[in-house]
Design a protein around this ligand. Structure first.
Ligand SMILES: Nc1ncnc2c1ncn2[C@@H]1O[C@H](COP(=O)(O)OP(=O)(O)OP(=O)(O)O)[C@@H](O)[C@H]1O
Length: 733
């Protein structure tokens, strides 16, 4: 089987006269209108018309763009004074631009489709606004905002903008970026810029297009097919930027809010969605590279083939969020895929199989205390080694019980993945005793903890016929061995069965699984995604600075280097850094930053305050409340768009994203960075490494902007390259 695509989907594509491709230029044009639903609705209608009858359609008035590359056409977008620009290559319609009529016309004259012979790929080529040189659009896009892309520097200067103003305009992406500059520009220049952005003309709305358009074409004009372009468009390898899209679906997506852009797939992602795997497979990739998007699309593709699919993760409320997203883009399949947190799923599974188990966290805590008082006595080696109670509990929960180790020998022989602190034979023997005592204390109380649930469910799964054809695990790096063993038992090595999706750099719990120990073999079925779609370059680079020099384990033979090569195509403002003398001053600065983000037009629901501890989460929920803004704890967030500021811990932010992220109290006290009482150097180093990864996760949740604040000196986790040089920059903003 080559493609997992459903029959209906290919039928729809096949019945249209033309195939459609969207390009990065088109996507950026459309994103400018994310808050203008009436414009998107009109575009949506135009695309539907275009799919049915591109030429000779009175509603489209399609005609050639005179000075553009041959076969470039423009169509009306009803009543909005907007135009759609597209290029025909054989029976493919390449969507190029969308916007105000004059502005897109001008751009259309400059854009070209060209094959880059050095790499044998087709690209959209644009003109550098300053030098007039031909450059790949994606390159231009990496350094420039998209609001004034239609004009080169000379044209902007001719309108009357000063060189310094042109530099500012080049940084802006959306209308609201410009609105916020109201009092920072000369009033006349600002008004002209607004007119250009809104109407494509420095004087404002013009009654009719000033550009000389050709008469509308009445019929499908004959055109010689450019074979080279046509060949290049026939496979994703030679046209990676030109994403095939069924015309009817594109129209549908455009009408939806920006969250729904989760529906887009690039060719590398599409390939992973459709691929057939002969056994367990794995998808890795840096933060924001679309791993979840691929996981959800693959779930849909499998469901369409009639497969029973479970999508699961360790993170507690993430499955609900995924379910919401899934329901938005895969309505017909929404009841065919099950979404559940692994622990909750296991509890229900045991219930279904008449083996219910009761988890009593309080009883488990009591059992732990009793076991500890018996084993960790004043004279015990564990006490002398300075291992904290929390560390020991993690060791027992994650390393020993989580791996279902059968005996002391296997523990002595174990490579403790992700645990930096070496434990001698003597110490391990004592930890083993502690685990033993804990298990008997639990049994005496008739109680169970979550590890028991996973272990019991695994026993049941091994002896029962499978209820699933496919299990997709997101954020897989945070699973314990016990959880992975259970999920693996559900589908085994069947084709398209187990899919692990994750990123070792974001692992935020100690321990972690070991694929080979569980017996999961993914060799030859492991892929890496490399294009970060979430973060602006500035956000991602700030987060990356944290990881420089810090290797991480991604399940390979060797640790991976902290800095990874990732493609980024969005740019934005540098992170705002806020140094404060006192906690009061700090909180005031945060409050001002939140209010000014709202003032600049960011939706309240797109703001999130993330913190390392529950206590700080409470503190900042109260602070947001005191500003008269509604706040929502991440525990209560299920992915439904709301107009509430989100507040939560770094752990809770896993897998989520928001436009602006505020990270207060990035100082030693706020992060509880110093060694605890009795904490030895190695366990402290291990805790610090975890904290660094948690902070990295928190920073990479930001799509557009980051605010980092501290009291006194910044945390030692933040490198001087981040806190030193850019302070001035952001202060100036
Ligand atoms: N091909 C694409 N085109 C446009 N946007 C995309 C594409 N793929 C993913 N995205 C967007 O990028 C963002 C990140 O995607 P996603 O959450 O799937 O990444 P991830 O790799 O799972 O991230 P993380 O590991 O950090 O949680 C989402 O907003 C998603 O909609």
């Amino acid at each position: 089987m080559g493609r997992l695509q459903s029959k209906t989907e290919s039928d729809i594509t096949g019945s249209a006269m033309y195939d459609h491709r969207y390009t990065p230029t088109f996507k950026d044009c459309v994103q400018r209108y994310q808050n203008r639903s009436e414009v998107l609705a009109a575009l949506s209608q135009t695309l539907t018309e275009l799919a049915m009858q591109p030429f000779g359609n009175p509603r489209l008035q399609t005609h050639a763009v005179k000075k553009a590359q041959q076969d470039t056409f423009t169509s009306y977008v009803t009543n909005q004074g907007h135009r759609l620009i597209w290029r025909r290559v054989g029976n493919v319609i390449v969507l190029l631009l969308f916007g105000e009529h004059d502005a897109v016309y001008r751009r259309a004259e400059r854009l070209r489709l060209e094959i880059d012979d050095t790499q044998n790929v087709l690209r959209v080529i644009d003109e550098d606004p300053e030098t007039g040189q031909q450059v790949p659009y994606t390159q231009r896009r990496a350094d420039e905002g998209r609001l004034f892309m239609a004009w080169n520097d000379a044209e902007l200067a001719a309108f009357g903008f000063a060189p310094q103003e042109i530099k500012v305009l080049r940084r802006l992406n959306v209308d609201t970026d410009l609105t916020s500059l109201d009092s920072h520009m000369r009033p006349h220049a600002w008004q002209m810029a607004m007119n250009l952005a809104m109407y494509g003309d420095p004087h404002g709305e013009t009654p009719s297009p000033v550009v000389d358009e050709e008469p509308a074409l009445v019929a499908d004009p004959p055109a010689p097919v450019d074979e080279r372009l046509s060949d290049a468009l026939s496979t994703p390898k030679t046209s990676p930027e030109f994403v095939p899209v069924p015309a009817d679906r594109l129209a549908d997506w455009l009408a939806k809010p920006i969250e729904d852009w989760m529906v887009y797939l690039d060719p590398a992602q599409q390939d992973l969605v459709e691929r057939t795997y002969s056994g367990p497979a794995r998808i890795r990739g840096a933060a924001g590279t679309g791993k979840t998007v691929v996981a959800l699309h693959r779930a849909r593709a499998l469901a369409r083939l009639g497969k029973r699919v479970l999508v699961t993760t360790y993170v507690r409320n993430l499955p609900e969020v995924y379910q919401q997203i899934f329901a938005r883009f895969a309505k017909p399949e929404r009841d065919l895929v099950e979404f559940a947190n692994v622990h909750r799923w296991a509890l229900q599974y045991l219930h279904r199989h008449d083996k219910p188990i009761r988890v009593d966290q309080q009883a488990a805590n009591n059992a732990w205390r009793a076991a500890q008082s018996r084993v960790v006595t004043a004279a015990s080696p564990l006490k002398r080694a300075g291992l904290s109670s929390a560390y020991l509990r993690e060791e027992v929960d994650w390393v020993i019980r989580g791996r279902a180790l059968p005996d002391l020998d296997s523990y002595l022989a174990l490579e403790r993945n992700g645990r930096g602190t070496p434990l001698s034979r003597e110490l391990r023997t004592d930890v083993w005793r502690l685990a033993d005592e804990y298990a008997s204390e639990l049994a005496n109380r008739g109680a169970a903890d979550f590890t028991d649930v996973l272990l019991k469910a695994h026993e049941v799964a091994r002896c029962n016929p499978s209820e699933y054809d496919a299990v997709i695990i997101d954020e897989a790096q945070d699973l314990t061995d016990a959880a992975l063993r259970l999920l693996y038992a559900l589908v085994g090595d069947r084709p398209n069965g187990l899919l692990l999706v994750g990123d070792g750099q974001q692992s935020i719990y100690p321990g972690g699984f070991n694929l080979s120990a569980v017996g999961v073999q993914v060799r030859g079925r492991s892929h890496v995604l490399t294009h970060n779609y979430r973060n602006t370059r500035q956000v991602y680079e700030a987060a990356q600075a944290l990881m420089a020099g810090h290797h991480f384990d991604d399940g390979g033979e060797r640790p991976e280097t902290g800095l990874r090569s990732v493609e980024l195509s969005r740019t934005g403002a540098p992170p705002v850094l806020s140094t404060n003398a006192s906690a009061e001053e700090h909180d005031l600065a945060l409050a001002e930053a939140v209010e000014s983000a709202i003032g600049e037009g960011t939706g309240i629901g797109d703001l999130a305050v993330l913190v390392p501890t529950h206590a700080l989460a409470q503190h900042y929920t109260d602070l947001i409340d005191s500003l008269g803004l509604p706040a929502q704890r991440l525990e209560d967030y299920d992915g439904t768009p709301t107009t509430l500021v989100k507040v939560g811990t770094y752990q809770r932010a896993k897998g989520l994203e928001f436009k602006r992220i505020f990270l207060p109290r990035l100082d030693a006290d706020g992060l509880r960075e110093r060694p605890g009482r009795g904490e030895d150097a190695e366990s402290h180093a291990e805790r610090t490494a975890l904290l660094r990864r948690q902070l990295f996760v928190a920073m990479t949740r930001a799509r557009d902007g980051l605010w980092l604040g501290w009291v006194g000196a910044p945390s030692s986790l933040l490198p001087p390259s981040l806190t030193g040089s850019s302070t001035k920059l952001s202060r100036e903003r």
